[in-house]
Design a protein around this ligand. Structure first.
Ligand SMILES: Cc1cc2nc3c(=O)[nH]c(=O)nc-3n(C[C@H](O)[C@H](O)[C@H](O)COP(=O)(O)O)c2cc1C
Length: 192
């Protein structure tokens, strides 16, 4: 029996995960399980995301400070700019209808959308894993926003069909955490 050291001796690729306000936010914990030991993860959360899961959980699971506030007086340089510089891949999971709309328009008004606007899909892979009610996913505004983002080079792990937490059955379920982790590793050209 031994306590594992929290210090990492090898420099692992840095993945930033932007967590949004969806009932599926807890599933990011399982994505982290599949990425453990392969990448270093920092979590950024929208204010809505913190209604679904506490930042303390992500702090414990990643060993890195969780970004929940653009205005935290803890860093000399803006944290979103530093993170955008450092990251090797940005994953938005679960991606809400709202964050897709903001990303398509370039709105930057909380940590996750600000990080998105501070990152270019032509420089580093940016991957969305949407989760939402079927009507939200099929809403013409969401369809148009997803089409725009795909054309701009953003990557997607599409939601699957199944039972949704809102009581619906249809497309909108967050892709399985294993599938999301697999896509992350594939985009980083790392073996699973
Ligand atoms: C219980 C509950 C579950 C929700 N689940 C989702 C969801 O899965 N997908 C989604 O797009 N919005 C969902 N919403 C709505 C979003 O939380 C809401 O649009 C919010 O403004 C999103 O903020 P964010 O994109 O900044 O995280 C849910 C709201 C509630 C109250």
């Amino acid at each position: 029996m031994a306590r594992k050291s929290a210090k990492r001796s090898i420099k692992l690729p840095h993945v930033v995960i932007g967590v949004c306000g969806s009932i599926a936010a807890f599933k990011v914990c399982n994505v982290l399980t599949h990425l453990r030991g392969k990448v270093n993860v920092t979590i950024a959360m929208t204010p809505s995301a913190t209604q679904f899961i506490g930042p303390q959980t992500f702090l414990a699971l990643t060993g890195n400070q969780v970004v929940t506030d653009l205005w935290a007086p803890t860093h000399v340089k803006p944290r979103h700019i530093d993170l955008a510089d450092e990251l090797d891949l940005l994953l938005i999971a679960p991606a809400t209808a709202n964050i897709l709309a903001k990303a398509a328009l370039g709105i930057a008004d909380e940590p996750v959308s600000t990080l998105l606007v501070s990152s270019l899909p032509t420089e580093k892979p940016i991957l969305f894993a949407p989760a939402m009610n079927t009507r939200m996913w099929l809403n013409p505004a969401t369809v148009a926003n997803v089409t725009t983002l795909r054309k701009r080079g953003y990557h997607f792990v599409d939601p699957t069909e199944g039972d949704l937490a809102c009581g619906w059955q249809g497309q909108g379920r967050l892709a399985e955490p294993e599938v999301i982790a697999h896509k992350v590793l594939a985009l980083l050209k790392l073996d699973d």
